[in-house]
Design a protein around this ligand. Structure first.
Ligand SMILES: [Zn+2]
Length: 175
């Protein structure tokens, strides 16, 4: 039995509005989002033959924020200019080692978009690859991913290869 691969989805949407309010995370299937991510990651973990030597160092954190105005990347001094295009569902800053998903841009009531975008941004962080990741991948890791399906076998293999790369996990949020 391998150690768990911790995938943290930190909900900052609910610090801005009520959890069960009209556009709150609670009204849009948070349990389904977590179950989808678990399903996607289980396929990755199933391919990892050995134990993770350091669980903490291989963990991944994705921030769920309402929109780029309330970006965790921006609050830490990064740029969210690439998110000016409102088709962008998430962003990763490789210098800051922060990735985030824009909840209000996901089709309302679509846990698959939120989960897929979180999976996508986590792969940018773990691979330490910017948009160059897209050219080598399709499916959930392509440039215009359709999150209604599932990650492809190639996506799963890619995540398996990067899953043990050590990335710094940010533990503090800006005040
Ligand atoms: Zn991307």
């Amino acid at each position: 039995m391998a150690d768990p691969f911790n995938f943290y989805l930190i909900d900052t949407v609910s610090t801005n509005r009520g959890f069960f309010s009209e556009n709150g995370f609670g009204s849009h299937h948070p349990g389904l989002v977590c179950n989808l991510i678990k399903t996607y990651m289980q396929a990755v973990i199933d391919k990892v033959p050995k134990k993770f030597s350091s669980v903490e160092a291989t963990d991944v954190v994705v921030y769920l924020v309402p929109d780029p105005k309330r970006s965790v990347i921006k609050a830490n001094g990064g740029s969210v200019q690439m998110a000016d295009d409102d088709h962008v569902l998430g962003l990763t800053d490789l210098n800051l080692q922060i990735c985030e998903v824009y909840f209000d841009r996901a089709f309302q009531g679509s846990p698959k978009e939120v989960a897929g975008a979180a999976y996508h941004e986590a792969a940018h962080l773990k691979s330490n690859m910017d948009n160059s990741m897209h050219s080598k991948q399709a499916g959930f890791f392509g440039a215009s991913p359709d999150y209604n399906g599932s990650p492809t076998a190639t996506n799963t293999s890619f995540f398996q290869n990067i899953s043990r790369q050590l990335r710094q996990v940010r533990r503090t949020l800006p005040s």
